[in-house]
Ligand binder design. Structure first.
Ligand code: HSE
Length: 406
């Protein structure tokens, strides 16, 4: 019997208990042993609930119990998660977590500690909710040099953008719904400002390129400035808007960013809607591979956590090698990266076209019948630096959104 402790009985933690209980037989077959939930740690009481019998309020009970083989953490935040993860691994317990803040910040250190102890630090659920993406990067796409990762990595913002696009709802109405459905972070800024997607692309990029990508160095822009008018222009152009976490290898340079992008229906990520996530990985040998599924929510996330528990149980005495060096990957300034830009400007399109062609080059102009006093343009492909230089010469810019060319 493998004894486990679950830290945190919130959305994901309670999902983990539910999955381990509901699928106990098939999980035991796959793990090669029964998984027994010996403790659940939470500050709260749950009177009348079955977990009452195993509920503890003190981490010391867990860490001092030599029968605990695997600690499962679903609390979020770097503290006390980091202290708990370190203590667990030091005491020879494997650690499975859905906590992307912890993984993005302390991933290499905790992986190193797990290796030293012959145990495992596993974090499949930290990116893409229920989608297997960490294990494929570690164990399946190992013949390739990963050239590029583009992901819709945040379920909440994808849910919001999809509803804004399809139902014309306001940002605030949809955010509330996402929170009620248990998709959103406790602090909604983590979702809507792109911080959550930033940590996730940092984790994926670190695994893909083998060196530590510091999330604090990734340019990050959220979706708070996206409006229904942007979607109207998008509709006319056959484009929709998605929040992307992206990283790319260009020669010996690496770029990473999080930002809303306008994308066309040719893009495989175009139809990734609602709370679903999609991750497009480009390898130099395999070409494009796409991963798709539920990116947030209780049971999908719990499914990924429990898959890690099964893996930890199967490798109870061996460390699973993960290539993520603590050596930092130097990211190049995104100002040098190139793309098209969609720009909304005040004024009359006909009157300003010549002036704007002189500033931006060969632009495409878009006007909307029901939106007066402004128009849109799509620029040619240019570097972010060139765009900024040009934009500083153009008056009346309302907004700009990057355009992903396929
Ligand atoms: N708030 C996150 C999301 C949860 O919406 O994707 C899953 O990491």
């Amino acid at each position: 019997m493998i004894n486990v402790a679950v830290l945190g009985y919130g959305t994901v933690g309670s999902g983990v208990v539910e999955v381990l209980t509901t699928n106990s037989d098939s999980i035991a077959k796959r793990a090669g042993d029964t998984i027994n939930i010996k403790y659940v740690l939470d500050l709260r009481d749950f009177p009348g609930e079955p977990i009452e019998k195993v509920l503890v309020h003190d981490f010391d009970t867990i860490i001092n119990d030599d029968e605990i083989d695997i600690v499962i953490e679903a609390m979020g935040g770097t503290e006390p998660a980091y202290t708990f993860a370190k203590a667990s691994l030091e005491r020879g317990k494997s650690y499975c977590t859905s906590n992307k803040e912890l993984v993005a910040k302390y991933g290499p250190e905790l992986l190193e500690l797990a290796k030293e102890k012959g145990k495992n630090f596993l974090f499949e659920a930290s990116v893409g909710g229920g989608i297997p993406i960490i294990r494929p990067l570690n164990q399946s796409l190992t013949a390739d040099e990963i050239m590029e990762i583009t992901g819709i990595l945040n379920g909440t913002t994808n849910f919001i953008l999809t509803k804004m696009s399809k139902e014309g709802l306001t940002f605030d109405e949809v955010l509330k719904e996402a929170q009620e459905l248990g998709y959103a972070e406790r602090n909604p800024a983590a979702d809507v400002e792109g911080y959550d997607a930033c940590r996730k692309i940092a984790i994926l990029s670190s695994l893909a390129y083998g060196k530590h990508v510091d999330y604090e160095e990734i340019y990050t822009e959220g979706i708070t400035k996206i409006t229904d008018t942007d979607f109207k222009y998008g509709e006319k152009l056959g484009l929709t808007i998605k929040l992307f976490g992206k990283s790319k290898r260009v020669g010996d340079k690496f770029y990473a960013m999080v930002a809303p992008f306008m994308i066309s229906s040719d893009n495989p990520l175009y139809s990734v809607n609602d709370v679903l996530n999609g991750i497009l990985v480009k390898g130099n040998v395999i070409g494009d591979v796409m991963f798709y599924g539920a990116g947030a929510g209780k049971l999908p996330t719990a499914s990924a956590v429990v898959a890690d528990v099964v893996d930890a149980a199967k490798h109870i005495k061996t460390n699973i090698m993960t290539l993520w060096s603590s050596k930092k990957l130097n990211l190049d300034d995104i100002k040098n990266s190139e793309k098209r830009f969609f720009v909304r400007l005040k004024g009359d399109a006909k009157e300003r076209e010549t002036e704007l062609k002189e500033i931006f080059g060969d632009i495409k102009v878009i006007t909307l019948d029901d939106v007066k006093g402004e128009f849109g343009v799509i620029t040619p492909v240019m570097s972010e630096a060139k765009y900024e230089e040009a934009a500083s010469k153009a008056s009346g810019i309302i907004t700009r959104i990057r355009v992903e060319s396929v």
